[in-house]
Design a protein around this ligand. Structure first.
Ligand code: B1M
Length: 210
């Protein structure tokens, strides 16, 4: 698809309006919102990520790309949430302390809502007490944590250890995700499951709620 290739370029160049336009055109052509999200937006962000890693792109450019991606996601959000699924559970989600990456977390939140979960999004840079307070006051079933940095992912264990210390660990399903994590890490820190992507997060949450 030519337009998708163009959108990869536009995302790379941080062109928010063009991305929004591209999303609308794909939808008008009958694309499923989920396909627009994963194929056009996430696909484009993967290219940005690779060049960021290789020192070809820098923070200001990546911030623009992230802004463009969020513009596209905002259009898709109501469509993904429109499935009319019955309420299946409540999740508190947030990016851990020291970490400001929020695109993946936002995506997970969107997809969970689309699947009928109620989602309380705590945003970025969350200390353990923020998560615990929210879990208590919201009466949530699931805790979701996101980390994109190898330096911040160990903080997930701090949160889980705090849950244990407060005698709250068994009251919640703890799901973790983020690019640098893997299955083994999830197990090692005492999470219930590691979720590779947003779709897996939804599937895993459903399984654990059943
Ligand atoms: Co940053 N950054 N960044 N960055 N950034 C990465 C993560 C990095 C891998 C880039 C690289 O070097 N290749 C690298 C980390 C290296 C490492 O730790 N080993 C990195 C770095 C180094 C940094 C800074 C330190 C750079 C600097 O300042 N020198 C800095 C850190 C700031 C901080 O947090 N304290 C920084 C800053 C930024 C920006 C602000 C410019 C921007 C963030 C903007 C924003 O989020 N609002 C940014 C971005 C955009 C990225 C990359 C390019 C893209 C991340 C992203 O949004 N991906 C990223 C490169 C990469 O990941 N390859 C990179 C798209 C998103 C859909 O995927 O987040 O993986 P992801 O989420 C997926 C899954 O992981 C999973 O589902 C999602 C959807 O499928 N998932 C979950 C995620 N969270 C989940 C939670 C769950 C379940 C599943 O809970 C249940």
């Amino acid at each position: 698809e030519e337009l998708v290739a163009q959108m990869y370029d536009d995302l790379y160049d941080g062109l928010k309006e063009e991305i929004e336009e591209g999303v609308n055109i794909l939808l008008a052509r009958g694309w499923e919102p989920y396909d627009v999200l994963t194929k056009a937006l996430v696909g484009g962000m993967t290219i940005v990520g690779n060049d960021f890693r290789d020192g070809i792109l820098f923070v200001p450019e990546v911030l623009l790309a992230a802004g463009a991606m969020k513009g596209g996601m905002a259009i898709l959000k109501p469509l993904l949430a429109e499935t009319g699924a019955p309420r299946v559970g409540k999740m508190v989600i947030g990016t851990v302390k020291g970490d400001i990456h929020d695109i993946g977390k936002n995506l997970v939140a969107m997809m969970m809502e689309g699947a009928g979960f109620e989602v309380v999004d705590l945003g970025i840079n969350n200390a353990a007490d923020k998560y615990l307070d929210a879990l208590r006051t919201e009466g949530a079933d699931i805790l979701g944590m996101s980390a994109l940095l190898t330096t911040t992912m160990p903080y997930m264990k701090v949160v889980i250890d705090t849950l244990i210390a407060e005698g709250m660990r068994d009251d919640y399903i703890v799901l973790v995700g983020g690019a640098p994590l893997n299955e083994e890490f999830g197990r090692a820190i005492g999470a219930d499951a590691y979720c590779r992507d947003a779709a897996v997060a939804v599937e895993t949450a459903k399984e654990w709620m059943a």
